[in-house]
Design a protein around this ligand. Sequence first.
Ligand code: SF4
Ligand code: SF4
Ligand code: FES
Length: 261
Amino acid sequence: MADLFLPAGSRVDPHGKVHKAAPGAAAVRSFRIYRFDPDSGQNPRIDTFELDAKSCGPMVLDALIQIKGQVDSSLTFRRSCREGICGSCAMNINGVNRLACTTAISDLGGDVKIYPLPHMPVVKDLVPDLTNFYAQYASVEPWLKTRTPAPPDKERLQAKEEQEVIDRPSACILCACCSTACPSYWWNSDRSLGPAALLAAYRWIVDTRDEATGERLDALNDPFKLYRCHTIMNCTDVCPKDLNPAKAIAVIKKKMIERQH
Ligand code: SF4
Ligand code: SF4
Ligand code: FES
């Protein structure tokens, strides 16, 4: 049997720095956080930060902000809206891809283990390089494409039922929790589009105002872009907005078959 080893430079040192809670802290919680600084020339390590839960806000993002503000200003992570809207605080928390700002510390047992989203190059600490992810999103041309001229006196309107079809997929916040939970995407992220980009493609394929459905399906008819999905469903399980990329991908595949008849 083959022996598999990580390259020496990517092995994580589990015994990084330990920052103890202040003496007398009433409710100590430990946060074990992945640290990586490409400029240091050192391997990644896991630092431990003890916080008094009573002095910290309720969410994992509150803990990260407190650590950065009061303990180690070099801790690097993305965040913006703090309410599950911008998608920028996605990270792997206790083994699950989630938004730090909507994950309550009290819902997590034991030490809180925080890593960057899996299987992506790491820019620094908890910040993954999403360049490829965004390029794949752009590649599905996520905008309305029409051939016929717009009505002169009104917008291109939809019936309520037509709008409801695109309502949920339009709520995607591009957090990348789904794509980075997808084993098929892990192994083929250079060629498989992954669930987030495919959900975006679906959103325009089923939009009744769009007039480029055939062109969109042609662009996806590729063994890697679409057909690496094997309906493992991790994407749907982890989506923090309760969207269903796996179902959307299944609908795209069905449309591929239907148009052959
Ligand atoms: S259903 Fe498809 S896209 Fe979603 S996790 Fe599974 S293989 Fe990936
Ligand atoms: S489908 Fe869900 S998990 Fe995937 S990028 Fe959109 S919001 Fe995030
Ligand atoms: S900070 Fe915007 S989704 Fe968490």
